[in-house]
Design a protein around this ligand. Sequence first.
Ligand code: FAD
Length: 377
Amino acid sequence: MEVVLAGAGHTHIEIIRQAEKFREMGHRLTIVSPLKHHPYSGMAPGMLGGTYSYDDILLPAYSLAEAGGAAFIQDAVAGINTRTSVIRLVHGGAISYDIASVNIGSDAAEDHVQGDHIFTVKPIERLFEAKTYISNLASSRSPFRVVVAGGGPAGVEVAGNVSHLITSLRNSGMPARGRVSLYASSSSSIGGYRGRAGAYILKTLKQMGVAVHQGERFTLSVHGKSDAADAVLLASGVRPAGVISTLGLPVGKTGSITVNKYLQVTGEQAVFAVGDCAEFSVGKTASLDRVGVYAVRQQQVLLHNLLMKVSGNSDQLIPFRKYGPYLSGLNLGGGIGLLQWKGFLLTGRKAFLIKDFIDRRFIRRYSVSEGLGGQDD
Ligand SMILES: Cc1cc2nc3c(=O)[nH]c(=O)nc-3n(C[C@H](O)[C@H](O)[C@H](O)COP(=O)(O)OP(=O)(O)OC[C@H]3O[C@@H](n4cnc5c(N)ncnc54)[C@H](O)[C@@H]3O)c2cc1C
């Protein structure tokens, strides 16, 4: 059978790691992804702040596919015709499937705003471009201002890490005369937290020199015009990936692809959808938080169900049940973190080290011993 994975996100990366299983059973696994290496968002703020290099945070989708005997097509999915079982690719080609799965993530809410100095936090590659841009500003003697718009988890992580980046560049001898401002429209929460956790985030950001404007919005025109900032990082949330509306699959209340408890697209036996791009069609957990944690929790369910489908055991699919609470964490920059599990809060260096351990272990799980193969064009 032909099994096609659209996107190499947090769920599919595990299927790709297990590609050999499909080959051993006589099936062909093909991955369609615009990038040969998928940047891991959990470590992206740390990459921006200089704790990790860009290579450190890459999940080697192409190399894993190659090692497991799977085919890799560097392209993006434009449409899925479930009647003819054909996937249309952005660059013109098409590919047939017997079983398909979609894991294409979400887009930044403001990705329509344009400007050379404007960077959305998604796709994660943009944060690497932001780091290079801010490092260039730091090499000049002129003062500059970086604005982070959005006071959710990504916004506070980005603000703390940009501030740490500027401080590190200054310590290494660059003029780095930069200031960082964070605009958070909510005045009652920061970084998605209230109470003690929220107070800790505010205190830490202020100590790092970030000017926090709570209850204030930073607005840009669609052309990205603003005299007030030399670099703008837009972190005001994510929305379903724009391409979802053109895929031809059913979408739900949040604009994501609707799936049943087996992760099958509503009304389709042969197409699955997972991660940020999927929402459950029924139940109070219909739309889960758009966090990588859920995409990772779906890995084993998807793997099992794909293997059951290809071996003709459609009656043995297992449901996704891990809706429950998850350990949430922030890297605030400079080796400072925050972890929260239900009511328990851990802050400071220890919290950072635990998050760092979890993130590095995740990356290590997908490392290919002979190194990253294939360059992204
Ligand atoms: C700065 C930041 C930090 C975050 N930190 C955390 C954290 O610490 N913990 C956590 O749980 N969550 C975190 N998140 C949220 C997390 O990034 C998402 O929830 C997670 O990436 C969702 O995983 P996914 O596999 O659904 O999608 P993604 O990880 O976005 O993967 C989707 C993949 O699909 C590819 N793709 C896109 N379009 C197409 C197409 N048309 N065809 C084929 N491929 C396509 C993309 O290139 C990408 O490789 C963070 C988000 C941000 C922005």
